[in-house]
Design a protein around this ligand. Sequence first.
Ligand code: TXA
Ligand code: MG
Length: 333
Amino acid sequence: METQIYQSNQLNIKTCARLLQEGEIVAFPTETVYGLGANAFLPDSVKKIYEAKGRPSDNPLIVHIADKTWVDVVADFVPDGAKKVIENFMPGPVTVVLKKKKIVPDSVTGGLDTVAVRMPDSKVALDLILEAGVPVCAPSANTSSKPSPTKASHVYDDLNGKISAILDGGECEVGVESTVIDFTGEKPRLLRAGGMALEKIEEVVGEIEVVRGSTVALCPGMKYKHYSPSSEVFVATADENAVGRMVAFYEKCVSEGKKAVVIAMEENARDFDQNHFYSAGKSYEDYARKLFSLLRQSDDDGYDIVIAQGVEEKGIGSSIANRLEKACGGKFI
Ligand code: TXA
Ligand code: MG
């Protein structure tokens, strides 16, 4: 199959919407990462997503909507907390898990009786879904276990030949996936830290349960390997000696003949070898936006080792910390 790349203009959005209606799968930009979409009401199309990504079929997909009223099309019951999230933060980088309606196929929800719903804050995504006229289920548009794609070229690198089309809307603004909150239990529970800070959501819904250090995967997707480039990733725990440890570790790698690169905040740039340094930017927002892209860059540039600066777990820092932990598989320095 030839994968077509379409620049995002009204004509191409229409073309991609038609492909979705006809049962093809199409990658599209959102404010978080690129998604790989299918018409959520066509189980055969949904299956194509799992095949293209190499995704385990028990890992459910997020259903993307273009209008808040569509929540009731797919969800059976919307508790007050979820209503507040929808009112205050949608469109935006947040996903709510709700009891599903029968109309949502099992292939979308991995057989669960719940459905994850999100309204992306991206004009291109919303136009595409509106034009398609149906909810669009989509995981991130990467090969399973690879870092999520934040540019059309990342999608192309992973899925060329496996999907019909990529709608290119430029670089994603947020860069990490949505925050996922489960509203089907007694208390709202965080399933995945993400682009919307938990603290902000708690301001409107009250306390959200966070299970830390659990070995049990909270949502099916969390038990799988994630965010890994081919290079080996090491993360320096965020404390006052982090930069010193990174410098020492970098020198050790080089002395062993390995090709290593450092990812650190711009303010620490002068402490590192400029030829093998990727800036994470000036803020955690920058770091989040750039992280997946830099992990992919490390492969393109042929590095064996990535040494990444850790972050404090607050605000969007929590989602960066989560992605770094998964990328390094617990290898902290
Ligand atoms: O920002 C995002 O959320 C991006 C863009 C494309 O919208 N999507 C995304 O999808 O990250 P994906 O499939 O890579 O991650 C969705 C996560 C998975 O961990 C999945 O297990 C969980 O949400 N999930 C989906 N439906 C669920 C459900 N019904 N119950 C519990 N977890 C669910
Ligand atoms: Mg994903």
